[in-house]
Design a protein around this ligand. Structure first.
Ligand code: XMP
Length: 498
């Protein structure tokens, strides 16, 4: 296993990701980890970080780490720190970003197999001008030393983990296999390592976890099933705001979990939502009630020590919980649960990216319907209804959404789009049904492409598909006499209604 020490760099998790791409087992540790916790590591990477090595509060590793005699790869901040620590000349300078050319003067160690000149990505403050005694220079960039070596220790001024450094993967490969002697795993992450970690952390305590049928919580539950067995209590709260057939589906997915609990709280949710049309108010009611119901169910479990969650790496980037030394980006509304609770949080997927979570799910036998699922927000169908949530509108949106999704799946479009759903608007318009005038709700179909949810574009679905969906909704769903297709981009719109 390669240990990556986190000095607060924005790319720390990318370093781990690149090693996983090489099918090398990797773990991220806080920068101040005790060297005695690294005895299993085959090699150690010092990540980059925002600090100058001259800053008073710069995060520094325990210097005894060098006594371990293990291979070390210092990147950017790690490169400058190691050079300074052993007496090299490190100049404090202003930050320099972007692509640079380096001259490789010795093609050895981690630079073995590189070209004489390589393009690399810099994002650094301080500059190493001369190496400590006993170190040799492997690459230069103008005055600056871009790479050095001493035995199995290396420093790189650039970031091999980013795509803008084309030779980067080769450098990491050299470090992992030639320097550290790692062997390729059979998959990009080690299921065993993730399971061992969870088992060791949990010990004898019981673990509760909220499951929603979404990709992340389901994959996390499937991962924990083997190491935790009967100690794992997956709790599903039926808010009454789930899609057509979804509750039965979730119960079926979890049938092999001995302590799966499903709580039907639909009446409580619907009665608290009665008469409420403000979107923020709706979200608050749902959020608070969810925590109450979950807590009540969890209190029935004896000796609970942990709350497991399907948090993945991108959730943590948004909530800035990626490391103790990185800077805050934004708060996330879904991460309120543990703050109110007294258990220790267990997040077995916290280092993984979405595509890795999907691949892990496939390895663990999570059903394909779950792995390929579109995002479905926690507040459920309540935010597909603009204004008050009533049983009538819930019925309409549930049926219309089901028809839309069914037709997208039949036509092969479901897997090509990021997210699709139906919503109902809080107004009525005139129509004519049979020989009679009708006065009913409009349904909106929303179907978008997006990479990161910050921006989205509407999908140019074929007209005949829209025609089929519209005819089915108008014929099969009572209370609807118009179907709209939303052709708005985000921004200025959002993906969901509310
Ligand atoms: P918007 O509507 O803000 O949605 O463009 C961006 C993404 O977030 C999802 N979404 C939510 N997810 N709880 C969630 O778990 C929520 O309250 C919530 N609101 C929106 C939405 O489905 C889209 O993928």
């Amino acid at each position: 296993m390669i240990a990556v020490l986190d000095f607060g760099g924005q790319y720390t998790h990318l370093i781990a990701r690149r090693f996983r791409d090489l099918r090398v087992a990797v773990r991220i540790f806080p920068h101040a980890v005790s060297p005695s916790d690294l005895t299993d590591a085959s090699g150690i990477v010092f990540s980059g970080g925002p600090s100058s090595v001259y800053a008073q509060n710069a995060p520094l590793p325990d210097p005894k780490i060098f006594d371990l005699g293990k291979p070390i790869l210092g990147l950017c901040f790690g490169h400058q720190f190691m050079a300074k620590h052993f007496g090299g000349d490190v100049k404090r300078s202003s930050r320099e970003y972007g692509a640079r050319t380096i001259d490789v003067v010795k093609k050895q160690g981690v630079l073995k197999g590189l070209n004489r000149r390589e393009t690399v990505w810099f994002s650094h403050g301080d500059t190493v001008l001369s190496v400590p005694q006993g170190f040799e220079v492997l690459a230069q960039s103008g005055d600056a030393i871009a790479a050095y070596q001493k035995g199995n220790w290396f420093g790189l001024q650039f970031h091999p983990e980013v795509h803008h450094t084309p030779c980067g993967q080769k450098v990491l490969e050299n470090f992992a296999f030639a320097v550290c002697g790692e062997k390729k795993l059979t998959s990009t992450f080690s299921v065993e390592l993730l399971q061992q970690d969870a088992k060791a952390r949990v010990g004898e305590k019981n673990v509760v976890m909220g499951v929603s049928g979404g990709v992340d919580s389901t994959v996390a539950a499937f991962l924990l099933k083997k190491p935790l067995g009967k100690k794992l209590y997956p709790i599903f709260v039926d808010t009454g705001l789930m899609r057509n057939g979804e509750v039965a589906e979730i119960k079926a997915f979890f049938k092999d979990f001995p302590n799966f609990v499903a709580v039907d709280a639909s009446q409580r949710f619907l009665s608290q939502l009665e008469g409420v049309s403000d979107p923020e108010q709706k979200r608050k009611i749902i959020g608070h009630l969810f925590v109450d119901v979950f807590e009540q169910a969890a209190q029935k479990v004896a000796d609970v020590g942990f709350l497991a969650q399907g948090t993945i790496f991108s959730d943590r980037v948004e909530s800035a919980a990626t490391s103790s030394v990185s800077s805050k980006i934004k708060s996330h509304h879904n991460l309120t649960l543990p703050e109110k609770m007294k258990w220790t949080v267990l997040e077995p997927l916290a280092e993984l990216y979405k595509d890795e979570v999907r691949a892990l799910g496939a390895t663990l036998g999570v059903p394909a319907e779950i792995i390929g699922r579109h995002p479905f927000p926690g507040p459920g169908l309540a935010i597909n209804i603009v204004g008050e949530v009533t049983p009538e509108k819930l019925g309409i949106v549930r049926q219309a959404d089901f028809i839309f999704i069914e037709e997208l799946k039949k036509s092969g479009w479901y897997d090509k789009v990021f997210e699709a759903f139906a919503a109902v608007l809080p107004c009525k318009t005139v129509g004519v049904k049979g020989d009679e005038r009708s006065y009913e709700y409009p349904v909106v179909l929303r179907c978008v492409h997006s990479r990161d949810v910050m921006t989205a574009d509407w999908v140019k679905l074929p007209h005949d598909l829209l025609q089929t969906v519209s005819s089915r909704i108008l014929n099969e769903v009572e209370g609807v006499n118009r179907v709209f297709y939303d052709v708005s981009q985000k921004p200025p719109s959002t993906i969901r209604y509310e």
